[in-house]
Design a protein around this ligand. Structure first.
Ligand SMILES: [Zn+2]
Length: 393
């Protein structure tokens, strides 16, 4: 059993009603035991921490643990062995956790690497966030993501591909509904799996209690995936009015992965990325801000996910995605925190993201309040996962 922990906070954004000022949060075992004012009694054996700001552990709803931000993603997967990638995934999981990410959804890995990393973390073998893993992404033959994907064609084969992920131990399913940036020849606005294939795969996954995410950049693919019943759209950058309508009708969530595009555009040609990657990212970047802002103001639910692992998009830099959600989408600090904790927890289907009595004690201690400093998530002072301090300062 863990000993107890007392955190004297300036501000606690517990995501349960109003934020609390100047109080004490007590952790016992893996749970928040109580939250009270400055006079709250601290257990005799408790470690005491002073904190300017406390937030729930961050949840990255879109990451690829094997990849570390290499300039040439497809080549990275071609030129490395599964063992090498598993070792890198373990390193990346630790890096994410130390940056305040206490839960993470891996949306596509080769072999069963993300699933095995999830289990190694749960068993205490290696350090990392709670991982929710999709196994291999399911894509059309020759489609985007094939270097990490299970290529499938036709309703029967897509159902079989879902069952394979289930059998391998996946928690959720990732479908590729459009082209993408990192695969040569794939057009981001172009088609991936068709609607009948998506419908069949989603029905199969839902029958087994698995949530479904769809990679979809182009408007037609977004509409197809939403029409087929997907739970979250990943990227969604070219969403149009029809897509926005369907989001609202279906209650689906959008994970905008802003950092994925911005890191490529910022890197530019000198950074060693293939020209086709930069060209496609620039085209998307021109439209993404306007489209996503429209979706947000129409009331579409947004969750936080960075696509960590894509070029120059490090697992330890989730703070950048949160900053972009403010600067690009115009979300307030509180809206960003809500999206990256409560909303992401809902997308992952896990009971996390809040810090009230009885909640799992996943939290991050920051040196500055998130409402006064947009960069407050950088270099957390302390991360606590399941009630255990993982990065003592
Ligand atoms: Zn991705």
């Amino acid at each position: 059993m863990n000993s107890s922990l007392a955190i004297r906070f300036g501000t606690l954004h517990d995501q349960r009603g109003e934020s609390k000022r100047n109080g004490v949060l007590i952790v016992e075992g893996d749970r928040v035991a109580r939250v009270g004012g400055p006079e709250t009694e601290v257990p005799a054996n408790a470690s005491v921490v002073d904190a300017a700001c406390v937030v729930p552990g961050l949840i990255n709803a879109h990451a690829h643990l094997e990849a570390s931000g290499e300039a040439q993603t497809a080549n990275f997967f071609k030129l490395t062995t599964p063992t090498q990638r598993a070792l890198l995934a373990a390193r990346n999981a630790r890096e994410a956790l130390h940056a305040g990410v206490t839960s993470l959804r891996d949306l596509g890995s080769t072999e069963s690497i993300a699933i095995d990393v999830r289990d190694a973390i749960a068993a205490g073998t290696i350090a990392g966030p709670n991982v929710v893993a999709a196994g291999r992404a399911i894509c059309m033959t020759g489609g985007h993501g094939r270097f990490i994907g299970r290529e499938a064609d036709g309703e029967l084969d897509v159902r079989k591909a879902v069952r394979e992920q289930l059998g391998a131990g996946a928690d959720c399913i990732k479908f590729i509904a459009t082209g993408g940036v990192l695969t040569q020849g794939a057009v981001p606005g172009g088609p991936g799996l068709d609607e009948a294939e998506l419908r069949a795969g989603i029905a199969e996954a839902h029958a087994h209690g698995m949530r479904c995410a769809a990679h979809a950049i182009g408007a037609a693919g977004i509409a197809r995936a939403l029409g087929a019943g997907v739970d979250s759209i990943e990227h969604g950058h070219l969403v149009d009015d029809r897509g926005i309508e369907l989001f609202l009708e279906r209650g689906a969530t959008l994970v905008p992965t802003l950092a994925a595009i911005r890191c490529i555009v910022a890197g530019g040609t000198e950074a060693g990325m293939p020209d086709f990657v930069i060209r496609k990212a620039r085209e998307i970047d021109e439209h993404a801000e306007r489209n996503l802002r429209r979706a947000l103001s129409a009331g579409v639910r947004f969750a936080g996910g960075s696509d960590a692992g894509t070029p120059f998009n490090a697992h330890g830099d989730y703070a950048y995605e949160l900053e972009l959600m403010q600067s690009v989408l115009g979300m307030s600090a509180r809206e960003v925190l809500y999206a990256t904790t409560v909303r992401s927890a809902a997308v992952l289907d896990i009971a996390r993201g809040t810090l009230g009595p009885g909640d799992i004690a996943d939290l991050v201690v920051l040196a500055h309040d998130i409402e006064s400093d947009a960069r407050a998530y950088r270099n957390p002072v302390l991360v606590v996962k399941n009630g255990v301090m993982v990065t003592p300062s």
